[in-house]
Design a protein around this ligand. Structure first.
Ligand SMILES: Nc1ncnc2c1ncn2[C@@H]1O[C@H](COP(=O)(O)OP(=O)(O)OP(=O)(O)O)[C@@H](O)[C@H]1O
Ligand SMILES: CC(C)(CO)[C@@H](O)C(=O)NCCC(=O)O
Ligand SMILES: [K+]
Length: 257
């Protein structure tokens, strides 16, 4: 079975893929100090707790944090006796082209989202991922990643307000009832929530205008549903998009690339 690891700047998600479906998914904070042994203790405890008797034969990793890859490689080698596929490394082939400026290292999560979006929906897509950053990946008609947009993430924006202004508290995102807030928390939530609705709508409209062709908007990431609730910003939401992309890339490499 395949262990797929999606490591973001905030959280790392581990999923076990049995060839047909994900039989388990676990999430942990991303910490580069964590060793292979620590990962294994954590993983094996959860597997035992959920009575998952998977024999892991393959590992694939996408990491936006280069430093954590070393320990994940050791995890694969020491505990699963396999060399992991690492997205973005030359030995990991991608089923789509990447057409960007020379020397640009595109975030592996964006490449994985591109592959997943193209696999499920075909080309001409905008993939919006609400993670630490909010990213927009533009997928061409042939599935190629052709660029996009990086905006500060929702939680990062709230955190930045709190850290920069002495009188602004730590606030969690939620949909405010009104635009005009009558207390500090409501004012901050309004700024971020409605600001984000505008950001997403404007960026997608401008991408569409620049590309001059119909583009489907696919969203993923923990906070996408909160925004979709209010306004129709996306055509579809897919919680497991990044994980799906990892299984597609793994299969592609198994079959010889
Ligand atoms: N209503 C909400 N308010 C605050 N956080 C939420 C809410 N709904 C989901 N989340 C958070 O969203 C996060 C899931 O987001 P996701 O995995 O897409 O990105 P991330 O882990 O924040 O970023 P990255 O992938 O860059 O590490 C979880 O940490 C979850 O707690
Ligand atoms: C933008 C993030 C942080 C989103 O996770 C990640 O994709 C990344 O580190 N990207 C590198 C730069 C780029 O994608 O162009
Ligand atoms: K993510």
């Amino acid at each position: 079975m395949l262990l797929a690891i999606d490591c973001g700047n905030t959280n790392t998600v581990f999923s076990i893929w049995d060839g047909t479906s994900f039989i388990a998914t676990w999430r942990t904070a991303t910490e580069h100090q964590r060793t292979a042994d620590q990962y294994y203790v954590w993983l094996s405890t959860l597997m035992a707790f959920q009575k998952i008797e998977a024999t892991i034969t393959d590992v694939i990793v996408s990491s936006t944090v280069p430093r954590v890859v070393f320990n994940l490689r050791v995890l694969a080698d020491r505990y699963f006796n396999t060399r992991p596929l690492v997205v973005g490394k030359p030995e990991c082939a991608l089923p789509v082209d990447v057409r960007v400026d020379a020397g640009t290292a595109v975030g592996p999560d964006r490449l994985v989202n591109t592959v997943a979006g193209f696999d499920r929906h075909g080309g001409d897509l905008i993939v919006v991922d609400f993670g630490t950053a909010t990213t927009f990946d533009v997928v061409d008609h042939d599935g190629a990643y052709v660029g996009g947009v990086i905006a500060p993430g929702v939680n990062l924006s709230l955190q930045a307000l709190h850290e920069a202004a002495a009188a602004l508290p730590h606030v969690d995102i939620s949909k405010p009832q009104n635009v005009v807030g009558t207390n500090t928390v409501a004012c901050m939530q309004s700024g971020i929530f409605w600001g984000y609705v505008g950001l997403v709508r404007e960026i997608c409209a401008r991408i569409r205008a620049e590309r001059d062709r119909p583009m489907k908007i696919v969203s993923t990431g923990g906070l996408a549903p909160l925004f979709q609730q209010t306004e129709t910003l996306f055509d579809v939401f897919e919680e497991d998009l990044t994980m799906h992309g990892l299984t597609v890339i793994h299969r592609y490499n198994k079959n010889g690339g």
